[in-house]
Design a protein around this ligand. Structure first.
Ligand code: HEM
Length: 436
């Protein structure tokens, strides 16, 4: 049995204690619906409403009218609403939430490290994949030389050595970059799996969370597999330019983004109390809009992976036009036509630019719509951060293009996309439906 508890800011300490007790040991209390404790002026000290939705309760005491959304915004949504799973103490839920945020942070770190590995052309330096053996890098000169000799038999070395000489020191640098990325991936797995097992055993994972944890474990494993699958595509003999397949890079990056969003969403659900929003058509539309914007940010990031995979940031380094034209002449040079979307660097860059710019336009529109909506303070902060980050991200994208993909700028642009996605996810989370 679960119930939602609403506790207003003015609730005196005795009742806060009561709520905590309620959280810790729900069986003490005999109720079936929602318990509402409020100390607003006209409300009785403790109200217990059975089978009454929070909105019904709020409407009863604070009839909503767009004009007094300030009242609604400031007083009613300061109510803390926490969904308490039976028998899981609130404190434990917070710990689980912090762990999930930690996992999201680890995935964030892996994405940055992966981006820098790719931008420094280090990703193909480790030419095989072994779960345990990979964990120990070469430890003496002979082992390093043997590893370098192995690398020399693969196409990337041949390609690089045609342009410049590669020394053992250069090789050690690219090897350590890839090594750090792989080890970070393993560490992320540990940071997720070990506490997951502990929390499961302790009974701190709710019934709904358990399948989610299994899904996340599967996705983490799949992420590792996709990483190696991607690297393998760059080690094949029969490719002209030794670089990984843009399809596999996009799959690897978007699956990391998906993992990140899932961790972040679950973390927010554990840590953030729900703030009240009116159940109106306007809010329903706003929620859909916010979800749409989150999806658009995701799709733009996905298209960015194709730009990165094809080195399409090195063609048409001008903005806003592409070589004095709005639509470049070679945009449909490949045949069949659909191939242009994924394989023609010009088209891939064109699509990414316009997707990015449209995403920013959608975010500005969302922000304007939100100005008139009775949002909670947290949702308002989220939408303001989203708007600011959209401008930063567009600036970083243009900068990356104009500087012919300078590594620090490109890496910041990549992490910027995750920050933007975080704000969009946070806003959608704030606008999510209240429990029935
Ligand atoms: C909402 C806006 C945007 C998002 C979320 C976004 C996201 C991304 C992502 C995820 C990548 C892949 C990075 C990597 O794997 O290294 C990327 C690459 C890139 N983006 Fe964007 N982008 C946006 C807007 C723009 C704009 C407006 C431009 C230029 C006008 C731009 C130019 C580039 C370039 C040149 C690259 C390739 C960098 C490289 O090779 O590493 N982006 N973008």
């Amino acid at each position: 049995m679960s119930a939602a508890v609403f506790l207003c800011r003015r609730t005196p300490l005795c009742c806060r204690k009561y709520i905590l007790n309620l959280g810790k040991n729900q069986t003490q209390i005999d109720f079936t619906g929602r318990t509402v404790i409020s100390h607003y002026k006209n409300t009785p000290k403790v109200n217990i409403f059975h089978k009454q939705t929070p909105f019904q309760f709020l409407r009863k005491w604070y009839p909503w009218n767009p004009k007094n959304s300030r009242i609604f915004g400031q007083r009613v949504h300061s109510t803390v609403a926490a969904r308490i799973e039976s028998s899981i103490p609130l404190n434990s839920q917070k710990i689980v939430g912090k762990w999930l945020f930690g996992c999201a942070g680890m995935v964030f770190g892996a994405v940055i490290l992966g981006g820098v590995t790719r931008l420094t052309e280090s990703g193909l330096s480790m030419v095989d994949w072994k779960l345990l053996k990979d964990m120990k890098p070469p430890s003496n000169q002979e082992e390093w030389i043997a590893e370098f000799e192995r690398y020399k038999t693969f196409p990337e070395y041949k390609h690089v050595s045609n342009q410049r000489e590669m020394t053992l020191t250069d090789f050690k640098f690219i090897y350590y970059m890839e090594y750090a990325h792989r080890m970070w991936g393993r560490l992320t797995g540990m940071v997720f799996l070990l506490p997951a097992a502990y929390f499961w055993r302790k009974g701190w994972l709710s019934a709904g969370m358990k399948p989610h944890v299994l899904l996340l474990s599967g996705l983490l494993g799949f992420q590792g597999f996709l990483g190696w699958f991607m690297v393998k595509s760059g080690l094949e003999e029969d490719i002209d330019i030794p670089r990984v397949s843009q399809y596999r890079l996009a799959a690897h990056l978007s699956s990391a983004f998906l993992l990140y969003v899932m961790f972040l969403w679950s973390g927010l659900s554990h840590v953030n109390s729900r703030q009240m929003m009116p159940k109106t058509l306007q809010m329903l539309r706003l929620r859909k809009f916010s979800f749409g914007v989150t999806g658009l940010v995701f799709i733009t990031a996905f298209s960015g992976a194709f730009v990165a995979g094809l080195d399409a940031g090195l063609v048409y380094n001008s903005w806003p036009k592409m070589a004095d034209r709005w639509i470049p002449s070679d945009i449909a040079a490949f045949s069949p036509k659909w191939k242009n979307v994924f394989e023609n660097p010009t088209t891939v860059q064109f699509n990414h630019r316009w997707l990015g710019q449209s995403t920013a336009a959608a975010i500005v529109t969302l922000w304007l719509v939100c100005r008139k909506a009775p949002l909670s303070p947290r949702a308002r902060t989220a939408v303001n951060c989203l708007l600011a980050m959209a401008f930063v991200q567009i600036g970083l994208g243009i900068g990356t293009l104009l500087t012919y993909v300078e590594t620090p700028l490109a890496a910041t642009h990549q992490s910027g996309s995750l920050v933007l996605l975080s704000f969009a996810t946070w806003l959608s989370h704030e606008l999510r439906r209240l429990p029935k």
